[in-house]
Design a protein around this ligand. Structure first.
Ligand code: ADP
Ligand code: ZN
Ligand code: ZN
Length: 738
């Protein structure tokens, strides 16, 4: 029987030479590998990364194994070149096949996340250097003597480097080369690397922390799973605890991957890592240089980079011997990738670790409902850190009922919050005012004719940004100038901003607290990661009194002087057609209020709401995490929602609305009937148009486990081909429901 995804068979030391036919997984949406002929003078093995022709292009593929006997044919296209990198190892090939199978993606599209591009495979060009020979110079000047004191026979230096060290001009070195005292040599450019030292600067752990570490590093037995959920309130020392697990793995000589949901969090963790281990780890995310990318990629493949801290794409690095994977802030939606291959890096991390014989640690103050359920079912070890480090209390939380103490007209901060900010300023401490909405106003409308500015390519309002004087679509990136006149009725000075974004809150803060130093922190502020890093440091150093921020500041950061967190609108997240809305709101508000009082002064959280009676809010205010999870699990179980069922979203899109509608309706009709699995829809997706494409949404609901994917695969394989610009996107375990 044929399966649609290639299984990586057991590694045998097979080599294939010129003329042999091999199967190569290539980066194209094909269900199976293609067959190529090994070219002249080449030798390949399973996992070799090769350059092969594909149509008129050349692409990087991965050798999967020998072709079926009888496939040899002189018309087969030859492999062009073999890359000078270690072959993709068996555990990683198995992982690629597994991810493809699970996400219903083409294996080649998954493999592409490993091989990426040819540039990554290049070695740094060698550099010209000089090496001291055994010759002695006939004439010994002062400057020459200085050079020879530094360079002993057999040692190599770059010319400028040596001149610099000796405090002489390069001409002196050139003279010595002429005299035969030095010879020119080419040096391989090996990045200088200090290895992280597990014993560099260990912390003294509290009793609870030490117990947690012990549980984490205990060798797995038949009944302790090798996956741990490390759940601890904000500031309990989860990072310190998992660092000890890192140390343990380093002592075994194995590699470690630490995943973070956002680049904004990496710098702080890199610094903490360096303090603990005396060296920087490898860093991997979209903002590193191509050179750093090459070094980390090759370094992990050759086992030289021991620890990588990175974004979700680091999951596909070719580690030589991965012993531990940590997923920090495991509940974060940012772990879900939705373009190309839709996968959740948290779930896939567990699978990668299994194939590698590695351990997984999921860390969070507010775990996902999925992980809590898994821990309760005994699939994960559940390790708890119930108290903050050094007996620091959790912030005291209270709600501001917006019906009883509403803000003044045209403003957004209620009197009790304003008063609390005043008091905090007076004590010389910091406040954070949180609103998870970028820009100045979420909607702009004309007071004369009621015209609302909407994106022409998406079903979304344009968000007004004051700093840039623009209207922006936060879905497709479209930007236009904020006009002077209404495009509908032509009136001038009638455009009104409706509702607040962080920029508007900042405006109010500036008028109410003119002497305070305030700062807006939001992911779309200009300056990129460097600027952000400086601003976060400024906040940590107490150079700012009031921070106005989006979810960017909610997580992970340590601001010692911050004692007040005010939440402008706690209700934003409730009651949308998203089964995870309550969970997200609970997590976000716990995280953001958890920023308060992390150092020696107690913290306070004030939450503005019109829904004081909402049970999620009640659990949050009481710090009753258990109650929240109980409520939420019960509600999901009753409503047949994940994680008690499996959802697979199938989105049909086309530039023509009726084409999308017709195809989706036909697709629905062709769905096989099944006892256990139902197909809901099609309906207009909540974002009925996105980037100019009209979208119809079908939702498959079935049991957990593979059955639901198998159903979808068979259904789609038997369906009418999507022609023209019709596209069918499949998302297993969808996170967003737009
Ligand atoms: P979490 O990741 O749970 O939010 P952190 O690991 O960031 O908590 O710890 C919170 C703060 O307490 C940090 O400043 C951390 O350095 C400090 N801390 C926690 N445990 C210890 C310890 N055992 N020794 C010294 N400092 C600690
Ligand atoms: Zn108008
Ligand atoms: Zn748009």
């Amino acid at each position: 029987m044929l399966t649609s995804s290639p299984k990586a068979p057991n590694d045998s030391p097979s080599l294939w030479h010129e003329g042999d036919a091999v199967e190569v997984v290539i980066p194209a949406p094909l269900p199976t590998p293609l067959t190529y002929r090994v070219g002249e003078g080449q030798t390949v093995t399973k996992g070799s990364i090769v350059k092969v022709p594909l149509g008129t292009r050349q692409v990087l593929g991965t050798v999967w194994g020998p072709a079926e006997p009888g496939r040899m044919d002189n018309r087969l296209k030859p492999v062009i070149d073999t890359m000078d990198v270690p072959p993709v190892r068996e555990p990683l090939r198995n992982f690629i096949a597994w991810v493809a199978d699970w996400t219903l993606a083409a294996p080649g599209m998954v493999a592409k996340m490993v091989t990426r591009g040819e540039e990554l495979m290049q070695r740094e060009p060698p550099i010209l250097a000089v090496r001291r020979t055994g010759e002695e110079p006939a004439k010994l000047t002062d400057t020459r003597r200085r050079v020879l004191e530094i360079a002993k026979p057999g040692e190599s230096f770059t010319k400028t480097g040596l001149a610099d060290l000796a405090g002489v001009s390069v001409a002196v070195i050139d003279g010595l080369v002429k005299a035969g005292v030095f010879e020119k040599v080419w040096l391989e450019r090996e990045p200088g690397r200090i290895e992280p030292n597990p014993d560099f600067d260990p912390r003294t752990l509290t009793g609870g922390q030490a117990d947690a570490v012990e549980a984490l590093i205990a060798p797995p037995t038949a009944d302790t799973p090798s996956i741990a959920l490390l759940e601890g309130v904000t500031g309990s020392g989860k990072t310190e605890v998992y660092f000890e697990a890192v140390a343990n793995t380093l002592r075994q000589g194995r590699q470690v991957l630490i995943l973070l949901p956002e680049i904004a969090l990496t710098q702080a963790l890199l610094d903490r890592f360096a303090e603990r281990f005396g060296a920087l780890p490898g860093e991997w995310h979209s903002a590193i240089t191509p050179k750093a990318r090459r070094q980390v990629w090759r370094g992990t493949a050759e086992g030289k980079v021991k620890v990588v801290i990175g974004a979700r794409s680091a999951l596909y690095l070719p580690f030589e011997d991965l012993g531990l994977v940590i997923v920090d802030e495991e509940h974060e939606a940012a772990y879900k990738q939705e373009e190309w291959v839709s996968y959740n890096a948290r779930d896939m991390a567990i699978v990668r670790a299994k194939f590698e014989g590695a351990q997984t640690i999921l860390a969070s103050a507010t775990p996902s409902v999925e992980s809590r359920v898994n821990a309760q079912a005994g699939r994960y070890q559940h390790i708890l850190l119930p108290a903050r480090y050094a007996a620091r209390p959790l912030p005291s939380l209270s709600a501001i009922d917006m019906r009883r103490t509403p803000p003044e007209r045209g403003s957004w901060l209620a009197p009790p919050l304003i008063e609390a900010v005043h008091d905090t300023l007076e004590r010389g401490e910091q406040s954070l005012i949180f609103l998870n909405r970028r820009g100045y106003a979420p909607l702009t409308l004309c007071r004369t004719c009621g015209h609302r500015f909407e994106c022409s390519q998406c079903s979304a309002w344009l968000v007004q940004h004051r700093f840039t004087q623009t209207l922006n679509c936060h879905h497709c990136g479209h930007v236009e100038k904020l006009p002077d006149a209404c495009p509908e009725c032509g009136s001038t000075d009638t455009l009104a901003a409706s509702g607040p974004g962080v920029e508007r809150i900042a405006e109010e803060v500036a008028t109410r607290f003119p002497d305070a130093r305030s700062l807006v922190l939001s992911s779309d502020m200009i300056g990129g990661p460097k600027r952000l890093k400086m601003e976060l440091e400024a906040v940590a150093n107490g150079e700012v009194d009031i921070v106005i921020g989006t979810q960017l500041v909610a997580k992970g950061h340590n601001f010692p002087g911050l004692t007040l967190v005010g939440v402008v609108d706690a209700d934003v997240g409730f009651g949308q057609g998203d089964p995870r809305a309550a969970e997200r709101t609970f997590q976000l508000l716990t995280q953001v209020t958890g920023r308060a009082g992390r150092a020696d002064k107690p913290g306070m959280g004030l939450i503005q709401t019109y829904m004081r009676e909402h049970p999620v809010l009640g659990a949050l205010l009481a710090h009753d995490t258990e109650r929240f999870y109980q409520l939420e699990e019960e509600a999901r179980r009753r409503a047949h929602l994940p994680p008690f069922v499996r959802f697979v979203a199938v989105v049909v899109s086309a530039s023509d609305a009726s084409a999308a509608r017709t195809y989706a309706a036909n697709l629905k009709r062709s769905a096989p009937t099944s006892e256990a699995i139902e197909v809901l829809g099609p309906v207009d997706a909540p974002m009925a148009m996105l980037r100019g494409r009209h979208r119809q949404r079908l939702l498959v609901r079935g049991p957990r486990g593979r059955q639901t994917q198998t159903y979808v695969r068979q259904w789609l394989a038997g369906a009418e081909k999507a022609r023209g610009d019709l596209r069918v996107d499949v998302d297993v375990d969808p996170q967003s429901f737009i």
